[in-house]
Design a protein around this ligand. Sequence first.
Ligand code: AHR
Length: 526
Amino acid sequence: MRKLILLLASALVVSTASPASAESPSTVVRGIVDTTRSGPILSRHLQGQFAEHLGGGIYDGVWVGPDSAIPNTRGIRKDVAAALKAIRVPVVRWPGGCFADIYHWRDGIGPAAKRPVRKNDWWGGLESNAFGTHEYFDFVEQIGAQSYVAINMATSTPSEMREWMNYITSSSADTIANERRANGRKEPWKLGFVGIGNEAWGCGGAQVAEAFADDYRRFSTFLHRNGSTFHMHNDNAALRVASGANNDDTKWTDLLLAKAGPMMDAISLHYYTVYDGKWEHRDMAPATGFPAEHWNHILYQAWRMDEVLRAHEVVMDKHDPQKRIGLFVDEWGTWYAPEKGTEPGYLFQQNSLRDALVAASTLNIFHAHADRVRMANIAQAVNVLQAMILTDGARMAKTPTYYAFQLYVPFQDATALPLSLQSPQIASGNHRFPALTASAARSKDGKIWIALSNADATQGYRVVLDGVAARKVSGQVLTAAKMDAHNVPGQVEQVTPQPFRGASLSGQRLTLEVPAKAVVVVSLSD
Ligand code: AHR
């Protein structure tokens, strides 16, 4: 099915996108939308988020405490919660990342004043444990998201995991459930997903795949998931996500599926967009004020998500042709040099129009792989890496990435429609990648939605799509004059969606005048 909706990228035009050149007249690009056939459901979880105890990701970003002068609901920032709710964040992965493997859940329950203060050995600073299990579930309930808890596998035991799972999900009168009740929560919480391990090949214990597969089987057995063999009577019905590969390490996926495939519901994949594709070169790319050639360079690295997914899918199809096991890209996004004057371990970076293009083109790639890719969690929600939101004291800015996600909300749980598009190609060094990526889908209310990202920094395109029968079209565009236009807390936002006036309909033909470096989303109706 993926092939049906995959974009046909052929080299009609190769643009080196020198940002100094004047914008040339639109070039026509043709495509077809097949509204008579359906592709897979585009799971809302593809727009998931990740929030780790790292820098300002939780403290200041989400949690300010009930006594803060910053408006809050039981300690959770009202402005941030409202902004995340508005983009219908479907799921939040927590508490890490690398932090998950040094986190002991008992540190984060009970009276706040009695909780231990620990060193955050991965990212620096002190962990107050003010934000723990109750606060996390309060947060996801406030924003209407599902929960995705990553357990500590590397410095903990199946026993500690079991107790945490029971604390969260037990509906009986056992001692752990009663402890939860005594701490203020009568009913169990709904646990959506459990991550078993995080980057087990790296910060999660530097394990080889064989050893991790054994450990995974052991932890997975004692997760006591309701629905799995022998565990029909348990309260925990969360889906099990095995710690998966880094980037294009398909050997990891192959071995894990061979050894433990039947004991997992999904396997994860982490892919970050970094300078040169090398994590150790991440500091060579600033988030803003970058040289013009970095535009294509970064967008090419983001486009590589497509080939990385294909490689893992080949392996997964071999072990699981029925596609029972999902591929969850539960960490992705841009990773630049930290902002000057900030603590490097806090991974605080600005977020520009270029990040909006990375976000939109990546969501289009996920849509093209939606028969296997059923969750993705951008890193991270607030103040860390490619964030939705940046805070500065009481002030907050929605980033260009936030607005790209906002434009894509109608794609949540919509049904993909096959779309082919002959995209021009852009050059980045010896590499080529498509200027245009696109998605088409039908939402539950019957509307057709089309999204286009144009990564070409200087060239707008007239996109002519056939096969669309509708009478009305309206939409929004996200763009700016400068490649690194960005939003700063407390200042007028420079990058926000605007009404899109470049769409017209004629018979079954939709024409879209897509500007350079822009994201366009339109809806069609009768
Ligand atoms: O998102 C920051 C870090 O990146 C996460 O903690 C880790 O899993 C990954 O290496």
